[in-house]
Design a binder for this molecule. Structure first.
Ligand code: NAI
Ligand code: MG
Length: 492
């Protein structure tokens, strides 16, 4: 008997992914969360609560306290007392032990933190698990290492802590933004009052209980939840010495004007509209992956997202074709599914903003492409989208969309690429793809952006400073530079 040999099929393979959902039973959630002040969870004096929902299902996960002015005042007093009595006088080596312990516990409880980050904010679990939380632990480890070496970080000066830091963070990277701000503040000997974003407060509260388990003295880290009003109460509190804000340019400008004339130190990390420049000699397939990562990572809710693609004219059509094919393979849907590439839009408000800007793109004459994918019936989702025929004057080429939407322009010469890249009120990040090293250096020098990635995108390291020019803000976070905003000094 001869076995029948079947000829291999020439039809393209259609891979279907079986759902692989991350379990949520690792979480031990409360129905209602108080404010974390002076080492314990307390009921808000305001008596007011608000829901934090899961944007993928629109279901309420928990009620969270809304801190009023009296609550913020209690948090600032606790932070002041902890700074004067405990954390300020503590030797750097002892502070380091505390921060190292928090870093190790973040690693130990990494899965729990990642699942909660995904549940509360909508980002794909594979990103929360493989990018956000490892980087969070990395930042705590990195800054723990500086706590007893501050005098060597900046030779010739005798650094001292400032006192109480008031920190307001956004919803796109709730834990990572916490780490960028809390780790250097604590390492430098400051105490903290942190205000997480109203759509993603839960991981900051979990971190507060982790820090307590790690033995962090009461008052060193306080978490006050709430929306813009709570944030305003933190930044304008007269006993706060230093304000650090990440969020929209509009609120950043407001804070800057409120703080004018006070002696508070301020750093602002605001929006962006990064140019991602592809030259004809770039490794195109790698560049496609870089572009995809640049704009679809975290649903495009990324301040440094590569949202303006500049492609050299002679490869434009070929590159756009490849990009469209790649867009069609992105899996959009349940953020808890380990296969998901593009998760939920963080809130209905953000979805409305994306829709409004995408409509403006269509009405201003750009050409829209979306792959044929099915979105879940419930929750906030948006198809990966690209626009061609974009003019520099279009709103989609100028304004931060903060969603999975890419605007594509073309250029002929490197000079034209630079001119277009810099034609923005922002200056946070940029990307360049070319096989010529000299061109990379020339472009990096010409493009007005705090970070320029070459033949890669969205690479982060705790040792590397990050921050912007122009309306993207000022001050640097990360690296040795990230300690400076939390220190004052006398010449030694
Ligand atoms: P937002 O700037 O209002 O929110 C960021 C944080 O600031 C939140 O914690 C919020 O509660 C707080 N806040 C709001 N008003 C405040 C005030 N007056 N004083 C102190 N704190 C205040 O940003 P929103 O409305 O959530 O997003 C709007 C747009 O901003 C997005 O579409 C995006 O374009 C941009 N954005 C940029 C971010 C970035 O990382 N660069 C992060 C978040 C938003
Ligand atoms: Mg939420």
């Amino acid at each position: 008997m001869t076995a029948e040999i079947t000829k291999p099929s020439t039809a393209p393979l259609e891979w279907e992914y079986a759902t692989s959902r991350e379990a949520t039973d690792i979480l031990d959630l409360e129905d209602k969360y108080g404010l974390f002040i002076d080492g314990e969870f307390v009921k808000p004096k305001s008596k007011s609560y608000f829901p934090s929902i899961n944007p993928a299902t629109e279901e309420t996960i928990a009620e969270v306290a809304e801190a009023g002015e009296a609550d913020v005042d209690a948090a600032v007093s606790a932070a002041r007392r902890a700074h004067t009595e405990v954390w300020g006088p503590m030797p750097g080596a002892e502070r380091a032990k505390h921060i190292f312990r928090i870093a190790r516990m973040i690693q130990e409880r990494g899965r729990e933190l990642a699942v909660l980050e995904t549940l509360d904010g909508g980002k794909p679990i594979k990103e929360a698990r493989d990018v956000d939380i490892p980087l969070v632990a990395g930042h705590f480890f990195y800054y723990a290492g500086w706590a007893d070496k501050l005098e060597y970080a900046f030779p010739g000066i005798r650094p001292e802590s400032l006192g109480v830091a008031g920190q307001v963070i956004p919803w796109n990277f709730p834990m990572l933004m916490l780490a960028w701000k809390v780790a250097p503040a604590l390492a430098a000997g400051n105490t903290v009052v942190l205000k997480p974003a109203e759509t993603t407060p839960l991981t900051a509260l979990l971190l507060a209980s982790i820090a307590t388990e790690a033995g962090l003295p009461p008052g060193v880290l306080n978490v006050v939840t709430g929306a813009g009003k709570t944030g305003a109460a933190v930044v304008s509190h007269e006993d706060v010495d230093k304000v650090a804000f990440t969020g929209s340019t509009a609120v950043g400008k407001l804070i800057q004007s409120q703080l004018a004339g006070t002696d508070k130190k301020l750093t602002l990390e605001l929006g962006g509209k990064a140019a991602h420049v592809i030259f004809e000699d770039a490794p195109l397939d790698q560049a496609i992956e870089g572009v995809i990562n640049g704009i679809f990572f975290n649903q495009g809710h990324v301040c440094c997202a590569g949202s303006r693609l500049l492609v050299q004219e002679n490869i434009h059509d070929r590159f756009v074709d490849k990009l469209k094919r790649r867009l069609a393979t992105l899996r959009v849907g349940d953020p808890l599914d380990k296969n998901t590439d593009v998760g939920a839009i963080n809130s209905r408000a953000q979805l409305d903003k994306i829709n409004e800007l995408v409509e403006s793109g269509q009405s201003e004459g750009a050409e829209m492409f979306q792959p044929d994918c099915v979105l879940p019936d419930r929750g906030f989702f948006f198809k990966p989208t690209l626009f061609t025929n974009v003019a520099q004057s279009h709103r989609i080429a100028q304004e931060e969309i903060f969603g999975p939407v890419l605007s594509i322009l073309s250029f002929r010469t490197p000079e034209e690429a630079v001119e277009k890249a810099n034609n923005t009120p922002y200056g946070l990040s940029a990307g360049v793809w070319t096989s010529k090293g000299s061109r990379i250096l020339w472009m990096a020098d010409q493009m007005k952006a705090g970070v320029v990635w070459a033949n890669t995108y969205n690479k982060f390291d705790p040792a590397s400073p990050f921050g912007g020019y122009k309306e993207s803000g000022f001050g640097r976070e990360g690296g040795r530079h990230g300690l400076l905003p939390y220190l004052k000094w006398s010449e030694s």
